[in-house]
Write a protein that binds this ligand. Structure first.
Ligand code: DAK
Length: 261
C-alpha cells in the first residue's frame, strides 16, 4: 500500500510511533461524506500495516471531531442507494483494524461522528467535547452502531434519552458514564491525546493486538467463551520473542526492547 497517496479531506502524519489521521473538512464541521470516510479507512489501514506505527490516533479540529455523516449527500438517497454505498463497507473495515485506535475529540462528535469515536478503542475528550446522536431531529435513527455502542457504554436509560431525544453529553458527563477515558484541557487536547497514544505505541505490539482482540470479545461472547479465548491468546504470547524479552528485562531491571515478534 503506497504512503504517497494524496488526501483531500484528511491530513496524516506520524509522531512518536503514533499514526495521526485528522479529519479536515472544517467548513462542513468534518461531516463524513463517502469520500472522507474512504480516505479515513485508507489511512487507518495504511497505518495498521506500518511497522513504525504502534497506535493510531483519529482526530478532528477544535470545533468539531465530526458533526455526522454528510446530510447533504444522504438527503435524497433511496434504500438501494444506501445499500450500494461503499460507506457501509468502510464502517465494517474500521472494525478490522488490529492496532489500538484512539479518538481525540474536541467540540462536536455527533451522529456518525459520535459513532466513529465510539468505534475507536479509547476516547480522549477535550473539555469542549459534545457527544450526541441527534439523528431523531432529521427523522432517522443512528445507522453506524450508535444505538448499540451507546447503550453498551452508558446503559439503557441514558442511551434511550440520547437516541430518542437527541440529548448531548458534555465531556464530564461522558467521563462519568464511561464513554471516554479522560477529559483534558481544551488547549492541550491533541498534545495530551498524542502522549496517551505514544505510551501505548511503545508497548509490545503482538500483546497490544491480542489484548485489543480479547477486550473486544467481551462484547461478543459469553463469559465462558471469552475466558477461554483470553487463555488461548495468553498462551500464544509465550511463543513470542517479546514475552521472553519482557520477562528477562523485568528480572534484570532493564527496559525491554520490543521486536513485535
Ligand atoms: N452534514 C452536512 N453538513 C453539515 C453537517 C452534517 N452532518 N453538520 C454541519 N454541517 C455544515 C452546515 O450545513 C454548515 O454548512 P453551510 O451552511 O455553512 O454550508 C456548516 O457545517 C456549519 O454548520 P452550522 O452552521 O449548522 O453550525 P452551528 O454552529 O450553527 O451548528 C451543529 C453546529 C453541529 C449543532 C449543526 O451543524 C448540526 O446540528 N449539524 C448536524 C448534526 C447531525 O444531525 N448529525 C447526524 C447526521 S446523520 C451509516 C453510517 C453513518 C450514519 C448512518 C448510517 N451506515 C454505515 C449505514 C450516520 C448518520 C448521521 O450522522
Amino acid at each position: 500500500m503506497s504512503n504517497d497517496k494524496v488526501f483531500e479531506n484528511i491530513l496524516v502524519r506520524k509522531d512518536d510511533g503514533v499514526g495521526i489521521v485528522q479529519l479536515n473538512r472544517p467548513k462542513a464541521l468534518n461531516a463524513l461524506n463517502k469520500e472522507t470516510m474512504g480516505e479515513v479507512i485508507f489511512a487507518l489501514e495504511m497505518f495498521d500495516a506500518d511497522d513504525e506505527v504502534g497506535c493510531i490516533l483519529l482526530t478532528g479540529n477544535e470545533r468539531a471531531f465530526a458533526a455526522g455523516a454528510d446530510i447533504k449527500q444522504m438527503a435524497t438517497a433511496t434504500p438501494v442507494d444506501m445499500l450500494n454505498n461503499p460507506f457501509i463497507d468502510y464502517w465494517d473495515r474500521l472494525r478490522r483494524i488490529v492496532k489500538p485506535v484512539v479518538a481525540a475529540v474536541s467540540g462536536y462528535a455527533l451522529g456518525g461522528g459520535c459513532e466513529l469515536a465510539m468505534a475507536c478503542d479509547m476516547i480522549i475528550a477535550s473539555e469542549t467535547a459534545k457527544f450526541g446522536q441527534p439523528e431523531i431531529n432529521i427523522g432517522v435513527i443512528p445507522g453506524a452502531g450508535g444505538t448499540q455502542r451507546m447503550a453498551r457504554a452508558v446503559g439503557k436509560a441514558l442511551a434511550m434519552e440520547i437516541v430518542l431525544n437527541g440529548r448531548f453529553l458534555s465531556a464530564d458527563e461522558a467521563l462519568l458514564h464511561g464513554l471516554v477515558n479522560r477529559v483534558v484541557p481544551a488547549e492541550l487536547y491533541l498534545e495530551e491525546a498524542i502522549k496517551f497514544a505514544a505510551e501505548i505505541a511503545a508497548r509490545a505490539p503482538v500483546a497490544l493486538r491480542l489484548g485489543k482482540e480479547a477486550v473486544n470479545a467481551a462484547y461478543e461472547t459469553s463469559l465462558q467463551a471469552g475466558l477461554a479465548l483470553e487463555r488461548r491468546l495468553f498462551y500464544m504470547l509465550f511463543a513470542t520473542d517479546d514475552q521472553r524479552e519482557g520477562m528477562d528485562a523485568f528480572i534484570n531491571k532493564r527496559p525491554a526492547e520490543w521486536k513485535g515478534q
